[in-house]
Design a protein around this ligand. Sequence first.
Ligand code: NAD
Length: 263
Amino acid sequence: MSGQQMAGRHALITGGGAGIGREAALLFAREGAAVAVADLNLAAAEESAAAITAGGGKAVALQVDVAQAESVEAMMAAAEAGLGRVDALFNNAGVMLSEDRGPEDTATAVWDRTIAINLTGVFHCCRFGIPALRRAGGGAILNMSSLVAVMGSAVPQLAYTASKGGVMAMTREIAVQYGRQGIRCNALLPGPIGTPLTAELFDTEEKLERRRVHMPLGRFGEAGEVASVACFLCSEAASYVTGAGWLVDGGITAAYVTAEDPA
Ligand SMILES: NC(=O)c1ccc[n+]([C@@H]2O[C@H](COP(=O)([O-])OP(=O)(O)OC[C@H]3O[C@@H](n4cnc5c(N)ncnc54)[C@H](O)[C@@H]3O)[C@@H](O)[C@H]2O)c1
């Protein structure tokens, strides 16, 4: 027994070229998994895979647009061919578009694009991933949702919120339907994490403070702090966890926050 949490596992991670996905790819590999790193940005996926192989791990880099069914089908076939089998799927790729606002001022094109990547993308990965997990004799699916699946955001981002709520609902139903086939399915619900995505969105001290005031831990999370929970949920250590929405939110959902008293 190696003591590594992912020893013997074969994991496919979408959006593995940056942020949480890259941290997860590196961690899964350090914990003993062979990893297929898939991303829209092939060069970024190749960088993640190169970092893994430089550390002595096994990795393949793949290009995918999760919004396109044929692209996901091809990614899944390439991952199985490259790794031998796939028994853990971290469906992480997602976007938050800066033009995403409230119900009255979000353009339908922004809504459609967000849903296509964040929700339909996860559906595609489950659609083509479940048969691969079955061929591997079972395994784990981890879908990337968000804290906003369970709390309304004070900052308007309606398409993103709706997409992540959909991911949570889809996750629950897959867990119920596939448990007896040896397939677990969970969702990850991070609060604000410091990644390229959030650095671009919260680019002033004022915007940052607007978020930090709600955080009992007083800071954004780090991508590695989400990756470590993802690793647990994809591993045998979580063998009795399915249908769960796993919060990694620094206590935000536990907090009742009021504005500071006037001096
Ligand atoms: N950062 C946060 O605060 C936060 C909080 C909750 C949930 N999330 C979710 O976590 C996931 C990762 O977020 P991140 O902050 O690491 O983002 P990121 O922008 O740093 O990385 C996302 C990666 O996904 C890739 N990607 C984008 N569209 C794609 C597509 N159509 N097909 C394949 N790959 C695509 C990008 O190229 C990029 O490498 C997203 O689903 C995001 O919604 C992030």
